[in-house]
Design a protein around this ligand. Structure first.
Ligand code: HEM
Length: 404
């Protein structure tokens, strides 16, 4: 084992053609051969790459590890994300106590109980969209018809963002997560979305509704506790994280099940508990947030027998942690019946996904409904022709042409 960093590494690392559901081969190799190693990023920084399950959890739970993007050693994905992080501070770029205070403002909105209460509404949304799909042309693109609209509609209703504006925010959100890989556009998109949300929050402070942004407009902006900009930034994180992630899980999860017909049959014929378990297994198996979690050491610390010094960056790899055989026997097998709740697809520690109760209900309703209502669902193109989002923050398929 050596500390010498290799040649420059690209993030996200591309997954292999023919193995689109597995972690990038280079990450898988490292997780087997040198679970903690150094990488050299685009800007010459040489953060640690942590790939094993126990080490990943240890880093993410350690209060000596932070997310201060201004630290010189912080591992930025690329120049765009660095520039964006410098301009926009969301929950994901805050350490305690600022993080604790901001996160507390939203905890109640995404509680399990509250999200469970949304289940009938989400079921109606999914049923209506499947009705439309079945009434429309065959084949159809499942991303357009179902995967994107379900989480978009739901997060819009929760936040109080008019769904009629979806063409606008889906475009800017796509540019923001560097789907199309144009740096200047990604930055401009962030500004455009912020301006839109600032105007929306200002309007809500005068005429509030029953939604999260109205509440923040009244309780935070109205009392001078937060600026319009701060609330818009919070809204931006929720809007982008709230629809793009789940949309990718719906389409990619369906692609993975179609490639594993036995597993698809188990989900289709399974009870709600099995469907819920299948959601967890697909989250583990696919690990879609493939720019990984980025951190910086605030003090010296030892992880997996290696000394990480104060100021050094850490890239925490969830895709390999979720395929670590010490935590998941036969990790490369998709098995919707395995015990899997301990996966790290939603992260771990204080930054663990705020929206996971919502994502879980959405995915349970979609997986529990789609294959039952359309038992003949099949890919309309050969699997090797599917196009995967290798460079986006959230991994997925660009289109999922299906027939029935
Ligand atoms: C399947 C869907 C989803 C996946 C796989 C996912 C994944 C993640 C992960 C891995 C993190 C932690 C990042 C880190 O440690 O640096 C995270 C954080 C976050 N997620 Fe999600 N997410 C999903 C859905 C959602 C939804 C629906 C929302 C919506 C409201 C949401 C809102 C957030 C927020 C606000 C954070 C930041 C939390 C913090 O820094 O304290 N996510 N998500």
């Amino acid at each position: 084992m050596t500390d010498a960093p290799p040649e420059t590494t690209i993030f996200p690392m591309p997954r292999a053609a023919g193995h689109p559901f597995d972690p990038a081969p280079e990450l898988a190799r490292r997780s087997k051969e040198e679970p903690i190693s150094r990488v050299r990023l685009w800007d010459g920084t040489t953060p640690w790459l942590v790939t094993a399950y126990e080490d990943v959890r240890a880093v993410l739970a350690d209060p000596r590890v932070g997310v201060d993007v201004a630290e010189p050693g912080f591992p930025h994905t690329n120049a765009v994300s660095k520039a964006r992080d410098a301009r926009m501070k969301t929950l994901m770029q805050m350490d305690a106590p600022e993080h604790t205070a901001h996160r507390r403002l939203l905890t109640a909105d995404f509680m399990v109980k509250k999200m469970e209460a949304l289940r009938p509404r989400i079921q109606r949304v999914v049923d209506d969209l499947i009705d439309d799909l079945l009434a429309g042309p065959n084949p159809a693109d499942l991303v357009e018809a179902l995967a994107l609209p379900v989480p978009s509609l739901v997060i819009c209703e929760l936040l109080g963002v008019p769904y009629a504006d979806r063409a606008f925010f889906q475009r800017v959100a796509g540019e923001l997560v560097m789907d199309e890989g144009d740096p200047a556009r990604a930055l401009a998109a962030g500004e455009e979305l912020n301006a839109y949300l600032e105007a929306l929050v200002a309007a809500k402070s005068a005429d509030p509704g029953e939604d999260v942004l109205s509440r923040l407009a009244v309780e935070q902006y109205g009392t001078g506790a937060m600026t319009l900009r701060e609330i818009a930034t919070m809204g931006q994180l929720l809007l982008v994280a709230g629809h793009d992630t789940t949309a990718n899980m719906i389409a990619l999860g369906t692609a993975a099940l179609l490639a594993n017909p036995g597993q698809l049959a188990a989900v289709r014929d399974g009870d709600p508990a099995l469907v819920a378990n299948a959601v967890e297994e697909l989250l583990r198996y696919l690990s879609i947030t493939h720019t990984e979690a980025r951190r910086v050491a605030r003090e010296d610390l030892e992880i997996g027998g290696r000394l990480i010094r104060k100021g050094e960056g850490i890239v925490v790899v969830k895709s390999t942690a979720n395929r670590d055989p010490s935590a998941f026997p036969d990790p490369d097998v998709l098995d919707v019946r395995r015990r899997v709740r301990h996966h790290v697809a939603f992260g771990y520690g204080v930054h663990q996904c705020l929206g996971q109760p919502l994502a879980r209900v959405e995915l349970q309703v979609v997986y529990g409904t789609l294959y039952r209502r359309i038992p003949t669902l099949a890919l309309a193109t050969p699997p090797e022709e599917l196009e995967f989002k290798q460079q986006a923050v959230f991994y997925g398929v660009r289109e999922l042409p299906v027939t029935w």
